[in-house]
Design a protein around this ligand. Structure first.
Ligand SMILES: *Cc1c(COP(=O)(O)O)cnc(C)c1O
Length: 384
């Protein structure tokens, strides 16, 4: 990618179609003096308004109109680092589509909902979702470093609804001895400082029946500078500690992200990926396969592919389930088994994650099953 220093009069709409983001002087200075590698600089210097955005990218009408519309409150923010990965000229660029709002966000189709996974009704105390028998989702904040336009939790993100008062949550966890697994999420938990995170994690570790702690984040991908030695040295004191990381596209796998994932793995933190299937972003078997294979090179184990939740204003991202099944079929047998995640639909209304899989059993009777392998060849297996 060509990255030049240009004057204020630079117009991204006149950039070469294939060029990358042209760095403003402030970013070049930050690269020079090391601020670029400091996550606090990345966070403070996020692009959060249309004026700053327009100095970097040439907005399409659909994108520009999104900033004029009102009624939806999912905030807008992109870190300079993540911004540097997207195309300034092409509104169809996969990464760009997921972070720059489009007017389609403001239309709602018939089956879309505010809270598609029914989290609110499974919430015994504010900030906690207890849906499954032995594990809970603990929402510690409503802030992210970058806002995904297809966010499943857009109803809470940026709303100020989640208060950082967790005593009632610790109390609930202490009383419910069946809970052996706490998944910390938000927002993005890694926008908190190391100290603030440690105060929460150490409280969880004091509860004897909590066996494992997990944290879900997109920050290793959108602000990899956050994964510092100090952070991983803190986290590894609370093992067994795991991390689920939200990856979307092979273009996200950069040297910076590789360094972040290596730090986590070297600290003994097992990392798993979660990917949302999105139209025009990653709804292609070759793109998905490349992503999953590259994740293994970072020691990240592909975990889930999610069918896009029917959250309000996301219909432009939604694919058919057939699209997802076809991707799964083109992974299984065609590449390393470790590279194959589980494709799930989070059942609308709060049914939890339901796996959906291509069918390899063609028929079954009293003595045998007829099976199809990855290449479409048919086999019989007798169990008598
Ligand atoms: C996804 C999710 C979990 C964790 O599910 P696993 O399949 O164990 O990874 C827990 N609670 C809620 C509410 C969830 O949505």
């Amino acid at each position: 990618m060509a990255r030049f220093n240009l004057s204020h009069s630079f117009n991204p709409c006149e950039a070469e179609p294939q060029s990358g983001i042209i760095f403003p002087k402030k970013w070049l200075d930050a690269k020079e003096n090391g601020d670029w590698d400091d996550w606090r600089w990345q966070f403070r210097n996020r692009i959060q308004d249309i004026e700053s955005l327009k100095t970097l990218v040439c907005l399409s009408r659909e994108e520009e109109n999104a900033f004029k519309a009102s009624g939806k409150n999912l905030p807008f923010a992109i870190t300079p680092y993540y911004m540097s990965l997207l195309s300034p000229c092409n509104p169809h660029d996969p990464i760009r589509k997921t972070v720059i709002p489009r007017i389609e966000e403001f239309s709602t189709s018939q089956h879309e909902m505010v809270d598609p996974c029914g989290e609110d009704k499974n919430s015994p105390v504010p900030g906690l979702v207890h849906r499954y028998p032995d594990r809970v989702l603990f929402l510690i904040n409503d802030t992210c470093s970058v806002y995904c336009r297809y966010c499943t939790r857009s109803r809470v993100v940026g709303s100020g609804e989640l208060r950082p008062e967790f005593e009632h949550i610790y109390e609930y966890l202490k009383q419910h001895t069946e809970i052996r697994d706490v998944l910390i999420s938000g927002g993005d938990p890694l926008v908190f400082s190391d100290d603030r995170l440690e105060r929460i994690i150490s409280r969880l570790r004091q509860i004897p029946h909590i066996e494992i702690i997990r944290l879900g984040s997109k920050i290793p991908v959108v602000m990899p500078q956050r994964i510092t030695d100090d952070l991983v040295n803190m986290l590894k004191r609370y093992h067994p500690f795991f991390m689920s990381i939200h990856f979307l596209h092979p273009d996200e796998i950069t040297p910076e992200v590789k360094a972040a994932c290596n730090k986590l793995a070297d600290a003994g933190i097992p990392t798993f990926s979660q990917t949302v299937l999105l139209k025009g972003v990653n709804d292609n078997p070759q793109v998905m396969k490349t992503l999953m294979q590259k994740l293994l090179t970072l020691r990240v184990r592909p975990y889930y592919i999610y069918q896009c939740d029917p959250v309000q204003g996301t219909s432009h991202f939604r694919t058919s389930v057939k699209t997802g099944l076809n991707i799964m079929q083109q992974l299984r047998g065609h590449t390393t088994g470790y590279a194959i995640p589980t494709y799930v639909i989070d059942a609308p209304g709060g049914g939890g994650k339901i796996p959906v899989s291509p069918d390899y059993v063609l028929s079954e009777d009293g003595q045998k099953v007829t099976l199809k392998n990855y290449a479409g060849e048919v086999f019989e297996y007798y169990f008598d």
